[in-house]
Design a protein around this ligand. Structure first.
Ligand code: GDP
Ligand code: MN
Length: 381
């Protein structure tokens, strides 16, 4: 579960991580008042639950008071990656000397949390990792001991020349780690990017990203309370309500699969044959035709999808239910993209009969189905 920058910064603040002076606003007028209170210049920042907001024009510096409301109005009218901007953070504009990166995540191959730090802050860490991996300092942390003082200090020394700053950084990293553990932050990331050194010589969290571990939400009502449903990816919410797990990806092969393992294997195979999955959609066990209709609707609302691949290994899930769902979905909507189905297992023969005189393309082998879907996606471009 993701939360907004302003919420993450409130949490940072509560554990003593310094953040700029700032105020949340939902209207241009409110933004203007906030700017007056904070003092100009200010930075207006769209609050949306997706990355790449700066690049999309969602972060703007404003020097004059009379420009605050119009700029705020402009940002409030924006859509960033399909998500409407309804809130902006009015933030004190900080004089920056240099930008750094600090994040914590779980390294699956090490099976340990790792502290990730870099003097190349302000840009996406994935970019730094790809282009200049030597600029990343990674420190594995013993989960029983937490980051030891010397580890945090050494990381600090790799980033700063001054021991005083290295120490300040070390203290901050330890606070962030405590947060990571106490609030069950996600296996994905908790991130300060950029962490800035101000002209005044102190460290400040200028941006904040926190993802909570969904599987631990049940023991953290305080985390769940921060959920902003209206700001979440609408397709992911619809899926959750229907008992589906849907994750949007950037490719063009829409996938409907049962079981996370089969979903992964299907995505691997799509990549193997040179394609790109558009999503990960797991209809789970015991799928009714209605669930399939919802699944199809969700996938088709993604304009990037060029083909739909249905890969079902029927156990509890009955293949004829899946076929019924496909036929119903076809009836309800004018589906222009080709559908490739590979249905095996429980009631596969009935499914086969149902789909016999429909335009759904069938395949019996998984590799055949995937190859066909990838080819069709490429032809559709
Ligand atoms: P993101 O693009 O969505 O990650 O938004 P950030 O909050 O990280 O801001 C992007 C960039 O804008 C930062 O890396 C800074 O270079 C710049 N920026 C943001 N706030 C300030 C500020 O208060 N002062 C200055 N000088 N630059 C800022
Ligand atoms: Mn950022």
């Amino acid at each position: 579960m993701k939360i907004h920058e302003y919420q993450a910064k409130e949490i940072f603040s509560s554990v003593g991580i310094t953040v700029p002076k700032e105020k949340l606003s939902t209207t241009p007028d409110e933004a203007k008042r906030a700017a007056e209170e904070i003092g100009l210049p200010v930075v207006l920042k769209a609050q949306v639950l997706v990355g790449g907001r700066g690049k999309a024009g969602g972060v703007k510096k404003v020097n004059k008071l009379e420009e605050v409301a119009p700029t705020a109005a402009q940002i409030l009218g924006m859509k960033i990656k399909g998500l409407e901007v309804t809130k902006i953070l009015v933030s004190e504009c900080v004089a920056i000397k240099s930008e750094f990166y600090l994040g914590i995540t779980v390294d699956r191959s090490l099976r340990q949390p790792v502290l990730i730090a870099s003097a190349a802050g302000g840009v996406e860490i994935e970019e730094v990792a790809k282009n200049t991996p030597e600029k990343i300092v990674k420190t594995a942390i013993d989960p029983l001991l937490g980051p030891l003082s010397f580890q945090a200090r050494n990381t600090g020394m790799a980033l700063f020349d001054e021991p005083k700053l290295a120490q300040e950084f070390a203290t901050l990293a330890q606070k962030l780690y405590r947060l990571f553990v106490q609030r069950d932050l996600s296996l994905v990331v908790v991130e300060i990017n950029p962490l800035v050194l101000t002209d005044a010589g102190t460290l400040l969290a200028l941006d904040a990203k926190i993802n909570f571990d969904d599987n631990a939400l049940f023991r953290h009502p305080e985390n769940e309370a921060l959920r902003d449903i209206e700001s979440e990816e609408p397709r992911e919410i619809e899926a959750k309500n229907a008992g589906l797990s849907y994750i949007k990806l950037s490719g063009n092969v829409g996938c409907i699969v049962n079981g996370a393992g089969l979903a992964m294997a299907t995505m691997d195979l799509i990549k193997r044959f040179g394609g790109e999955p558009a999503n990960f959609l797991d209809v789970g066990g015991s799928s009714s035709p209605e669930k399939m209709v919802t699944a199809m609707r969700i996938i088709l609302s993604d304009p990037g999808v060029r083909v739909i691949l249905v890969n079902i290994f029927g156990g509890i899930t009955r293949c004829d239910d899946i076929a019924q769902g496909l036929i119903q979905a076809k009836k309800e909507a004018d589906i222009k993209v080709p559908i490739v189905a590979r249905l095996v297992g429980t009631n596969a023969d009935r499914a086969c009969a149902l789909l016999a005189d429909s335009p759904v393309l069938s395949a019996t082998k998984m590799s055949e189905a995937v190859k066909l879907a990838v080819t069709l996606a490429k032809e559709a471009k």
